[in-house]
Ligand binder design. Structure first.
Ligand code: NAD
Length: 365
């Protein structure tokens, strides 16, 4: 049966990188006899310009009817530099997560050995690091009550968690740990925050149902340090929306670059797949963005939404082979990379597609 995929390129480099992700999906379709039907929707700055809202109902309807969503990024300098604008691109993203019930954001921190030199962290600290983050996505300060006082001198965003929100993501983390190294690290700030004490209590209760999985707790400030000091200590990490947002950007250094990190957002219905990076205004339109995070997001889609493990592995292997052959985008190149091996966005996508045609044994389903 055809899988219906909605591509939401969004803003900035979103379109550049999702184009390459889509090409890889098409190639997987050819190689493995899978059929996809593609549609497109608008979100973010583009949607505000065209409709006045960051997530039009028409887009939302398309998303609800999809089997999976391939998303780029939202954001535009106009809004970053003017906090007074009432309608903002990020509202589209938050609304989409809430409306679709996408409460769990999975961020695998996968380090390709070929990129050991691209990180600012020492190779001997990094080698072997393999972490799966679960960031809660529909609660916390992003969705709590917010406001500002009339005097313009005070503003607030309430950090709020309900037990059921913690419980459902904790189950996902423990279940994932069972298929990995059987360890969950829960990150909070329970020494100071009431919402974190609730978080910790609920995670402990859920943990009792998984006696075969080791559970440890870290305070977020200590975690920020240990994550790059001893990344190999961690297997599955589960944390709230704000802490997860910050820690996973930090963890991108374990994978070499923001341009390498893919993510999956799952919950009640359709899954959404996107790079963790934003719209990267500084490189938009130059054609140099790294498309590998979008391509690796496609690998997550194939496995998580469709259960197609071989197809997913084929994509990851193709990326590994391309890196092994020495090809790099500028963000993951180092002093030893020959100039002719530094590729633009399109050519990096070409390399992955060519690799897929060379290494995949076609099968019929
Ligand atoms: P960013 O992730 O866009 O960029 C941070 C740095 O990483 C930049 O120097 C950028 O050039 C580089 N980078 C990011 N992706 C890259 C890629 N694929 N290849 C090569 N280099 C890459 O974060 P920012 O600069 O803080 O934010 C820019 C805009 O993106 C803002 O408007 C912000 O609100 C938005 N944003 C959106 C999302 C999202 O849509 N999920 C996430 C984060 C930020």
């Amino acid at each position: 049966m055809k899988k219906k995929i909605i591509v939401l390129p969004g803003d900035g480099i979103g379109r550049e990188v999702t184009s390459e992700g889509k090409r890889v999906l098409e190639e997987i379709g050819r190689q493995f006899g899978r059929e996809f039907e593609f549609g497109e929707g608008i979100i973010g700055h583009e949607a505000i310009e065209k409709t006045g809202t960051a997530l039009p109902d028409e887009t939302l309807e398309k998303l609800r009817a999809a089997d999976a969503i391939l998303f780029g990024a939202v954001g535009h300098p106009k809004y970053d530099n003017d906090p007074s604008l009432p309608v903002r691109p990020e509202q589209g993203l938050l609304k989409m997560r809430k409306e679709l019930g996408l409460y769990a954001n999975l961020r695998p921190i996968r380090l390709f050995d070929e990129l050991l030199g691209a990180s600012s962290i020492k190779p001997e600290v990094l080698r072997g690091a393999d972490i799966l983050f679960f960031r809660e996505l529909t609660g916390d300060v992003y969705f709590g009550e917010k406001g500002k006082k009339n005097d313009g001198q005070t503003a607030y965003d309430m950090m709020i968690y309900h037990a059921y929100e913690v419980e459902r993501i904790a189950h996902k983390a423990f279940q994932a740990a069972r298929a990995r190294r059987k360890k969950v690290t829960s990150v909070d700030k329970a020494n100071v925050l009431e919402s974190s004490r609730l978080w910790r209590r609920v995670v402990q209760e859920v943990g009792k149902q998984y006696p075969d999985v080791e559970l440890e707790h870290e305070f977020v400030d200590a975690m920020a340090m240990k994550l790059i000091q001893q990344p190999r200590r961690y297997d599955v990490v589960v944390t709230g929306n704000l802490f997860g947002d910050i820690l996973t950007d930090e963890a991108s250094q374990i994978a070499g670059s923001m341009g390498m990190l893919a993510s999956a957002s799952v919950g009640d219905s359709v899954g959404l797949y996107e790079p963790i990076h934003g719209s990267a205004h500084d490189i938009t339109g130059k054609g140099i963005a790294n498309p590998l995070a979008s391509i690796l997001s496609v690998a997550l889609m194939l496995e998580i939404s469709f259960g197609w493990k071989s197809e997913s592995e084929a994509v990851v292997d193709a990326v590994r082979q391309v890196l092994k052959s020495g090809y790099r985008t500028a963000d993951i190149a180092d002093a030893s990379t020959p100039k002719e091996k530094i590729l633009n966005t399109r050519h990096m996508g070409d390399r992955v597609v060519i690799q897929l045609t060379q290494s995949t044994v076609p099968s019929t389903h």
